[in-house]
Write a protein that binds this ligand. Sequence first.
Ligand SMILES: [Zn+2]
Length: 79
Amino acid sequence: MSYIAVKTIDYAGRIVLPKAYRTKMNLEPGSSLLLQIEDNKLIIEPAEKKCKICECNEIVDDTLPICRDCLEKAKKFDK
Ligand SMILES: [Zn+2]
């Protein structure tokens, strides 16, 4: 199945991703997207949320890009 859609940008610069796209790409409200312009194409892809230390995918939140395990290890060194 191919996903092609024509969308109109609203006055605030927003577009709505069709539900089929969000489902296919596992995007939920709050998901981060990486936007790139390459060869005159706009590429939108899920932003990688990886722990900066062990590179697992279970980071605590966007403000602290490390996982709970690494956070606990870091706390031990902090004492
Ligand atoms: Zn980690």
